[in-house]
Design a protein around this ligand. Structure first.
Ligand code: 5GP
Length: 296
């Protein structure tokens, strides 16, 4: 957009993990939680608002209310299923592997493919790599590989980007991973389900920072015969759930119906405004109730 001489500001609802701060333009990103007035002024005085990678304004809390009250035209670019109709225009496909795949398509459709330089390619590559689980999810179509091939031709050093994202761990993050696997992982063999449960003291003990539990749920999913994996985290003022499934069990429906959440069929999240014990009991009760759907 900048190359086409538009004035552009990027606003995110809350802070993001350190392993993304290498991206060009990172120092210009406005974090709504930290700069509420500035964000509000920019939104209310904008001509166009691009809403990226979320399917309902509720997903971004207060920031969603501000966007809703703005009279600017809104364009949704997203791949989460069943978006609510808060936008004027959309480039949406739940078949797309990542919102970055659609952003690539968007730039291409605007006739600006040559604007995709090396730093832009690196960001798009990172978005596609992370959302496809490093090109292993079934959403990784041949089209995704063709886009990635083009991004590599535009200068992406794939090994560098992989290392910046996945080999950038703090020692505390690794210790939390080890602790979680040895002390906080539960396997409900007869329900094909495994889950982690982390309380506030666990997070404090390992000096938890945003992003430190990213990817953890996949260790539960990697247990033989597990079809549903979950992490339950006691955050500051709510209980956060992260769900993953293999095959037919839709964690999107499960999270939507019972945990005020949503996401994709095989990757979703949610939250409960309860204490940790109540949240865990609810989860366990639901697992038992869904036994037939979990065994395949
Ligand atoms: P994660 O478990 O990695 O945080 O999220 C997995 C997927 O679920 C992502 O597509 C994310 O957007 C979605 N998701 C996570 N938490 C929530 C939530 O609280 N509500 C909704 N609607 N989606 C969520």
């Amino acid at each position: 957009m900048k190359k086409e001489k538009h004035e552009v500001h990027v606003i995110v609802p809350n802070d993001y993990p350190d392993f993304l701060t290498w991206m060009k333009g990172n120092n210009k990103v406005i974090v709504y939680n930290k700069e509420k007035n500035k964000s509000k002024n920019l939104i209310l005085n904008s001509d166009l608002i691009f809403c990226l990678d979320f399917n309902s304004l509720e997903r971004i809390f207060d920031l969603g209310d501000i966007i809703n009250s703005s009279s600017s035209k809104k364009i949704l670019i997203d791949h989460h299923p069943n978006p609510s109709k808060f936008y004027d225009y959309s480039l949406h496909s739940s078949k797309a592997a990542a919102t970055c795949e659609l952003i690539y398509d968007f730039i291409n459709m605007m006739g600006n493919i040559e604007n995709i330089d090396k730093p832009i390619s690196e960001c798009l590559y990172a978005g596609i790599m992370t959302d496809t689980g490093s090109f292993k999810f079934s959403s990784t179509s041949s089209k995704v590989h063709r886009i990635v091939a083009d991004l590599i031709d535009r200068g992406v050093d794939i090994n560098k980007i992989h290392r910046l994202i996945y080999d950038n761990n703090s020692l505390n993050k690794l210790k939390l991973l080890g602790f979680s696997i040895s002390k906080r992982l539960n396997f409900l063999e007869e329900y094909n389900t495994a889950y982690f449960i982390l309380n506030r003291n666990d997070l404090k003990r390992f000096k938890y920072k945003k992003g430190d539990t990213e990817g953890l749920v996949n260790y539960a999913l990697s247990i033989k015969n597990v079809n549903l994996a979950c992490i339950i985290i006691e955050e500051k003022d709510l209980i956060k759930f992260s769900f993953r499934s293999i095959g037919e069990f839709s964690v999107n429906n499960f999270a939507k119906k019972h945990f005020n959440g949503g996401g994709h069929k095989n990757a979703a999240g949610g939250r409960l405004d309860e204490n940790l014990n109540v949240a865990l009991s609810k989860f366990l009760k639901l697992i038992k109730a869904n036994k037939k759907k979990l065994i395949y």
